[in-house]
Design a binder for this molecule. Structure first.
Ligand SMILES: Nc1ncnc2c1ncn2[C@@H]1O[C@H](COP(=O)(O)OP(=O)(O)OP(=O)(O)O)[C@@H](O)[C@H]1O
Length: 315
């Protein structure tokens, strides 16, 4: 578990991270989203003790990173895949890391195999493609078999095969009960990968919620209902939802879930011929969130309807 409490970072006049509080929990993939410059990398650097918070704190398994005795065994991270000595081979790079963290050298071959670099392990990392570099960075993160992994934009620049591989790896790691924290500025990358989303904008928390909740709260998520008594049902629903008459017998309802629409129809003795949920894409939900929460200058306006997860919105 990673725990942030009032985490804040100022760079001169820039408030890069603004009073962030949330937990990253085990057994699921938590997507960390926000536009470029939102403060994701700065937050991740503070998790690893590479940047000192201006206020607040962040702990890994309840301890600050610098107090961890064998950090690579607790948390493995890929922050910048280029941060590798170009003249060292992949194997030597990982051996040096293993040595300095008291990890048996045999583990180096295991992770090289795991990330698909075994055949090129003795080539200089400087000649690696972007994708190979990302794989080597991920190998380094997994070296200590840590319970927590943190990846900053891991699929940046990868081809479709590489992207699929990283996604499957993250799902596998979460399935093994590990904490997986992964950043991206693209919502579409998270759609099939994340279970939970933390969205920030201009350093501030916008949403901390399960992915289904984010999609469910979108105005683009609607219930399609068909009934011979559409006009009567529309009247009943109008008090609680936005109702669009698709045809004489079909309605599109926003603001209520399918169960609620079905219950209201049933209570009024209205027979239904169709009741279908039409989910928004994560991309649509994200765009709405960005527009609703952030003015162009980044100030927060109001919480997202239906999402009680924004800290300020909590009672
Ligand atoms: N070392 C630094 N000195 C001064 N300002 C910085 C420094 N590092 C980051 N910033 C500023 O802090 C803000 C947050 O940057 P950060 O890199 O954390 O965002 P990000 O969400 O990771 O964006 P990206 O997706 O572009 O990597 C930006 O305004 C950035 O210019």
């Amino acid at each position: 578990m990673i725990t942030l409490t009032g985490l804040t970072k100022r760079y001169g006049p820039t408030l890069a991270v603004n009073n962030l509080s949330f937990e990253v929990r085990p057994g699921r993939v938590t997507g960390f989203l926000g536009p470029n410059g939102a403060g994701k990398s700065t937050t991740m650097r503070m998790v690893l003790g590479l940047d000192r918070p201006s206020a607040g704190e962040v702990t890994v398994h309840g301890r600050r990173y610098r107090d961890l005795r064998e950090p690579l065994r607790e948390i493995g991270a890929l922050l910048d895949a280029r941060a590798i000595h170009p003249r060292r081979s992949a194997r030597d790079h990982l051996r040096a890391l293993a040595h300095s963290n008291g990890i048996p050298l045999a583990r180096v071959d295991d992770v090289l195999e795991l990330v698909g670099l075994a055949k090129v392990a003795d080539r200089r990392a400087g000649g690696f493609s972007l994708g190979m570099g990302q794989r080597l960075g991920i190998a380094g993160a997994l070296l200590g078999d840590p319970g927590i992994v943190m990846f900053d934009e891991p699929v940046n620049g990868l081809d479709p095969d590489g992207i699929r591989w990283v996604r499957e790896l993250m799902r596998t790691l979460a399935g093994e009960g590990r904490t997986v924290f992964v950043s991206s500025h693209l919502m579409s990358e998270m759609e099939d990968t994340a279970d939970h989303l933390v969205v920030i904008g201009r350093g501030k928390l916008v949403v901390d919620a399960p992915i289904e909740e984010v999609i469910g709260a979108s105005a683009h998520t609607r219930v399609r209902v068909r009934t011979p008594q559409a006009a009567r049902l529309a009247e009943l629903l109008a008090a609680k939802a936005t109702v669009h008459r698709e045809s004489d017998t079909a309605l599109l309802v926003a603001g209520l879930d399918a169960d609620a629409v079905g219950d209201i129809a049933h209570a009024a003795g209205i027979g239904l011929h169709e009741l279908t949920l039409k989910e928004a894409s994560l991309e649509q939900a994200y765009l709405e969130l960005s527009q609703e929460h952030l003015d162009y200058d980044g100030t927060q306006r109001r919480p997202h309807p239906g999402l009680a997860a924004t800290k300020e919105a909590r009672p």
